[in-house]
Design a binder for this molecule. Structure first.
Ligand SMILES: N[C@@H](CCC(=O)N[C@@H](CS)C(=O)NCC(=O)O)C(=O)O
Length: 236
């Protein structure tokens, strides 16, 4: 199994974390997703986005999965013997998938908008407020007294959210001098979750060169903080 990855990419980190957490053998292939060579267009099925997961079928053909959340679902289906990240209850599973989509619809877009709005003003305020609303709603959905979204066990919802939660702290802290609230039940719940995720070995393993990981991310995202950056991830 091959994972085409870019070390800085939060979407790719989802797939990487799931592979590590499930203890699946895989080859990590670092690519530049913006370099649209013929090879990359073909490997990524024309998406030209990381992550891409490629599984050899054993008959010379491959199965290629694009889209980070689809990769998490595929890993669960393909390796039923590995530690699950989805509930086996169909209703709870549907709920988990709802919150995975919610991260994309209500959090990541506004995070990128906030990061890519260099000037104080309405645009920046609106992005920040929407991001905050998304984060507080998902925190309210963390009903468990235990650390993770669905209770004591890591789930795909945690994996979908954490790469962004980490970048919110690291990048908005640095470029917008911004910190999430800490007071009140909802935010205490959020930070309890955040601390558990930060300590998770499957995250640590993907935070490459982690002594310097945060600084490397800050440097990488400098163009985004100026309203530039190659990816257009600000559309809902
Ligand atoms: N919806 C995709 C988003 C992946 C994505 O946007 N990846 C970025 C890097 S963080 C990328 O490959 N960008 C290349 C490009 O925009 O050409 C997923 O969840 O996998």
């Amino acid at each position: 199994m091959k994972l085409y990855n870019a070390w800085y990419c939060p979407f790719a980190q989802r797939a990487w974390m799931a592979l590590v957490f499930k203890d699946i053998d895989f080859e990590l292939i670092e690519v530049d997703p913006y370099d649209a060579t013929k090879w990359w267009v073909k490997v990524s099925r024309g998406a030209e986005l990381v992550p891409v997961l490629v599984q050899a079928n054993g008959d010379g053909s491959d199965t290629t999965i694009v889209e980070s959340n689809r990769i998490l679902e595929y890993l669960e289906d393909y390796y039923p013997e590995k530690t699950p990240i989805f509930s086996d209850n169909p209703n709870q599973r549907a709920e988990q998938k709802y919150w995975m989509d919610y991260v994309g619809n209500k959090i990541t877009t506004y995070f990128y908008r906030f990061l890519k709005s260099p000037e104080a003003g309405t645009q920046q305020d609106e992005a920040r407020d929407q991001m905050l609303k998304g984060l507080s709603e998902i925190s309210m959905a963390m009903k468990s007294e235990e650390a993770f979204f669905s209770g004591g066990r890591l789930s795909a919802v945690d994996i979908a959210l954490f790469p962004f939660a980490y970048r919110i702290e690291a990048l908005l802290g640095h470029y917008r001098n911004y910190a999430l609230p800490t007071k009140g039940k909802v935010w205490q719940r959020y930070h309890r979750w955040y601390d558990a995720m930060l300590a998770l070995p499957a995250f640590r393993a993907t935070a490459t060169d982690h002594a310097d990981y945060k600084n490397r991310l800050v440097t990488h995202y400098l163009p985004y903080s100026l309203g530039e950056g190659q990816s257009n991830l600000t559309q809902v």
